[in-house]
Design a protein around this ligand. Structure first.
Ligand code: CUA
Length: 370
């Protein structure tokens, strides 16, 4: 036992050395954290889900709010933590020091440190509330796309163009899109960080989200609400293209699916599709054809899988998680068709125990299914 600062302590080591060591450790830990955080904040490395790389006016509106609030908060942090450090070092307990003056119940101080934060919050509230209102309502002239959440993929309907697609939402660059959203099963949340914030998809209700990409490009998104086993595999992709390219895409999607030539490998693939349980969930819109292939339309309200008309025009599938990097489309399709729940746990596309030959035929048909 040794007396330190006039009081008994239970350790003999030099107390200041221990304190300095702890302080040095804490500071280096804080420094490393700040360094790592700033790396990811300011470096535009390959981060498809970063909110710090806005690509359109709505995401820019959010970004424009974030930075002033961030710097105000940083200022408050530095002032408050600085004051604490000054107090810790300047007014620390010394040998024979008297008890410091107590401030409890000082009305003037209480008012000051209540009013200052209230004022800061009031100032931040003005642009925040106006941004919330601005981002909540679509321009009435904006083009509409209906977004329907499913476990675990997004369906996109273009009501005016009469197009139904999945996983890839194709939009014209430089134009506002009004996403009118709902869910077919549980709560989902549609989030394309480069284009806007998050918005819930609620069964039986409609929510809207304004989207706009100024430049052509691919913008990744993700379901942002835990929605079951494969929530982490429920991705979204917005593909913004030049207006002329968009018009061409619309015209091609409005065409019915091709019926392959009888006797071809694609034809055999189509027979696999028609004879296994695929038709129960997947719509394919066939043209009037001599071969007598009927449209396979899954009724609204029935359990739906993605509409497979023009499947081959989508560069991602299976909740936009396939193909994975370094994998060809064919390899990914093989893996997917062989055992869907293996790729996406809980997948409602069952393992149909397709033979390797059936899988090859289906891929041939899907590949040519423009
Ligand atoms: Cu849908 Cu998470």
């Amino acid at each position: 036992m040794k007396l330190v600062g006039g009081r008994e302590t239970s350790y003999d080591a030099e107390p200041m050395a221990g304190f300095k060591r702890t302080l040095a450790r804490t500071l280096s830990l804080v420094g490393a954290t700040v360094f790592l955080a700033s790396c990811s904040l300011f470096e535009k490395v390959d981060q498809p889900l970063t909110t710090f790389d806005p690509a359109g006016p709505f995401a820019e509106r959010i970004d424009g709010l974030f930075w002033p609030v961030f710097w105000i908060a940083t200022g408050v942090f530095v002032l408050v933590e600085g004051a604490i450090l000054v107090a810790v070092f300047l007014f620390r307990d010394r040998d024979g020091a008297k008890e410091p003056k107590q401030l409890h119940g000082n009305a003037k101080l209480e008012v000051i440190w209540t009013v200052i934060p209230a004022l800061i919050l009031a100032v931040i509230a003005v642009p925040t509330v106006s941004a919330i209102f601005e981002l909540t309502e679509c321009d009435p002239d904006a083009m509409q796309v209906e977004v329907v959440g499913h476990q675990w993929w997004f369906e996109y309907n273009y009501p005016e163009e009469e197009i139904q697609t999945a996983n890839v939402m194709v939009v014209p660059a430089g134009e506002e899109i009004c996403a009118v959203m709902t869910s077919a099963d549980v709560l989902h949340n549609f989030w394309i960080p480069a284009l806007n914030g998050k918005r819930y998809l609620v069964p039986g209700q409609e929510t809207v989200l304004r989207l706009q990409a100024d430049e052509p490009g691919e913008y990744w998104g993700h379901c942002a609400e835990f929605c079951g086993l494969s929530h982490s595999l429920m991705r979204a992709r917005v593909q913004a293209v030049e207006p002329a390219e968009y018009d061409a895409w619309v015209a091609s999607q409005q065409q019915p699916a091709n019926v392959p030539e009888e006797g071809s490998i694609e034809w055999d693939g189509l027979q696999v599709f028609l004879s296994r349980q695929c038709t129960q969930c997947h719509t394919v819109d066939f043209e009037d054809n001599e071969q007598g292939i009927q449209d396979n339309i899954v009724a609204d309200g029935a359990f739906e899988g993605p509409n497979l008309t023009h499947f081959s025009t989508r560069n991602v599938f299976a909740g936009a998680v396939l193909p994975e990097e370094g994998e060809t489309r064919e390899q990914a399709l093989k893996r997917w068709l062989a055992d869907p729940p293996q790729v996406k746990p809980g997948s409602f596309m069952p393992d149909l125990a397709l033979t390797e030959q059936e899988i090859d035929l289906l891929i041939a048909w899907l590949g040519g299914n423009q």
